[in-house]
Design a protein around this ligand. Structure first.
Ligand code: OOB
Length: 549
């Protein structure tokens, strides 16, 4: 069965091939090349396990064989949720080999998110980790089976009965016993997750051809090679750490991928020292934690480049990162939907500190437009629209949403407000999408509003960002109670929301109970005004607490 997705226009596809952007190979080629060229080199280091390229190839062969024996085949879908540990990559390549198309949920996604993914994909394979509450017993998977009427093969890392690792670690005669398939480089390889601005999380189909190009081009821009030792401290499944150039980039380059279970200095600094890490990637709040822990700087001696992205980094922090951590900063402004911008390694200091980079490929088309989709001039603020050889053409099964997420010319409207400089670098100045960016974690306001509205005493809800020193933004929920005499309290709402089993970062950090919402001229909730309201409140709070000390 073929997974449905919106293809690029034939003319563009031909051009991408003739110019060598699309090489008609599947992503399995990344591993195949290196396990042939450097079989015994360390591919992945994770906790106390070092996996060579040959082992990664053979473990993923064994898992693919196991799954094939259980009836999984090309075109099936899978729901995977694994932490930053080497099984993530064994599973990633095994599924590619079979043509089974996964969505890799982030490790902090909870029941609600996983339920939505399963509902959209109807997976026949589920892979989880027993250290995660959801997979520590069968309650969640039973409910998927019953409520969604699904039937699937279940493999759990750390579970004795359905042990994931046993499929490759136990003696297995069938080293490679899955059917050879014809390569399908124009088909969907896996789904990326959208930060989203709508009620339900959206899935982004990524094809072999488009994703492989983004990896190769990222490796070229970052000049990675077999000496690259990259520490992956952000969630392995995120587009930043997977392919910008990320884990797949370092495997493509023949280097070594070191996996950290979280980005804290206490986890990462010893790993950097022990494994001579020379590249890593962080979101801005993690960079701040690293700056605050920098009295232990000797541990970072091998680190040469630090990527920061996922949310805006201030110029001041950018400078501090370079001076205090003694690295070259690379800003990365990307999106799971495609386009990734990098500052270049030889960009001057002003550009490295003040811009979020420029498109990685000469084939990326970026047009900054005004509200009427008319291009604005260089140096003027506008909305980012883009198309190119690795920017998708439509969310999975979401026609209504797709109809306004793209321009008539097929350019994706990212919802970011940017300024383009003379050199083509982009400066992110704001956002037009109804989303909160909490230190790189994206939250669709509508999703949280819908949950709040399901409370019987809530009449209306509006979710906005509020400023935060560490995370950049946090979530503030403005709520109007039903006029039924009950008094709603923040604690009640908080408890109610916790019962929704959302990813932790999605719970509102503050509730404001109000009687009405300010409205715009066209009668919509004026979120700008709500943002200023909470901002003022926080500012006056800060200054009164300062005077009271
Ligand atoms: C990355 O991907 P997503 O899909 O989680 O989020 C994309 C959105 C962008 O549209 C933008 O609003 C924001 O995140 N963003 C940034 C940023 N990088 C991403 N805003 C300001 N400055 C930056 N440097 O976040 C992502 C994907 C690949 C590489 C890097 C980040």
């Amino acid at each position: 069965m073929r997974i449905n997705y919106t293809p690029w226009p034939e003319k563009d596809a031909e051009e991408f091939k003739s110019k060598g952007f699309w090489i008609d190979k599947e992503l399995t080629d990344i591993l195949c090349r290196q396990s042939g060229q450097r079989p015994e080199s360390p591919a992945i280091i994770s906790e106390d396990v070092t996996l060579s390229y040959r082992q990664l190839e053979s473990y993923s062969d064994r898992l693919a064989s196991y799954l094939s024996q259980r009836g999984l085949e090309a075109g099936d879908t899978a729901l995977v949720q694994l932490p930053n540990d080497y099984p993530f990559y064994v599973v990633y390549f095994a599924l590619l080999k079979l043509g089974v198309v996964p969505v890799n949920a982030l490790f902090n996604h909870n029941k609600d998110e996983l339920f939505h993914y399963a509902d959209q994909l109807r997976p026949t394979l589920i892979i989880g980790d027993s250290t995660q509450a959801l997979f520590s017993d069968s309650t969640f998977t039973d409910s998927l089976q019953q409520d969604l009427d699904l039937s699937f093969t279940l493999l759990i890392d750390g579970d004795r009965e359905r042990s994931l690792r046993d499929t490759w670690l136990s003696d297995n005669d069938n080293e490679k016993s899955f059917p050879e398939r014809q390569a399908t480089p124009n088909e969907v390889a896996f789904f990326q997750l959208s930060g989203g601005s709508t009620g339900t999380p959206k899935l982004i189909p990524r094809t072999h051809n488009d994703y492989y190009y983004s990896i190769r081009q990222s490796v070229e821009v970052c000049q990675w090679d077999s000496d690259t030792r990259y520490l992956c401290a952000l969630p392995a499944a995120h587009n930043f750490s997977l392919s910008s150039p990320g884990g797949l980039g370092v495997l493509y380059a023949g280097g070594t991928l070191i996996l950290a279970k979280d980005p804290s200095p206490s986890t990462c600094f010893p790993l950097i020292e022990q494994h001579h890490v020379n590249w890593t990637a962080l979101v801005p709040p993690a960079a701040i934690l690293w700056l605050n822990a920098a009295d232990n700087k000797a541990a970072l001696a091998s680190l040469r480049y630090l990527q920061v992205g996922g949310a805006k980094l201030s110029a001041n922090l950018a400078r501090r990162v370079e001076v205090e951590l003694n690295v070259t900063l690379q800003q990365v402004f990307g999106m799971a939907e495609g386009l990734v911008n990098y500052t270049r390694l030889n960009d001057d200091a002003w550009t490295r500190h003040n811009t979020q980079g420029r498109p990685m490929s000469e084939a990326d088309k970026v047009i900054v437009v005004d509200e009427n989709n008319q291009p604005v001039s260089i140096g003027e603020e506008g909305l980012l629209t883009t198309s190119g050889p690795y920017t998708f053409r439509g969310y999975f099964n979401a026609d209504a949403h797709n109809s306004h997420a793209f321009t008539e010319e097929g350019f994706y409207c990212s919802g970011d407000r940017v300024i383009q400089t003379e050199t083509g670098h982009l400066i992110v100045v704001g956002r037009d999408k109804d989303q909160i960016n909490k230190g790189g974690e994206k939250i669709a306001a509508e999703e949280i509003e819908n949950h709040l509205l399901s409370h019987p005493d809530v009449f209306d809800a509006a979710v906005v960002s509020m400023p935060d020193d560490l995370l950049g933004e946090r979530i503030c929920a403005f709520v109007i109670a039903q006029p039924n005499g009950t008094t709603l309290k923040p604690v009640t709402l908080n408890k109610f929301m916790r019962g929704k089993h959302l990813a932790d970062y999605k719970y509102p950090d503050r509730y404001e109970l109000v009687d009405t919402f300010p409205k715009t001229k066209v009668g919509k909730v004026d979120k700008k005004s709500l943002r200023s309201q909470v901002e003022e409140k926080l500012a006056s709070h800060k200054s009164s607490s300062r005077t009271s000390v």
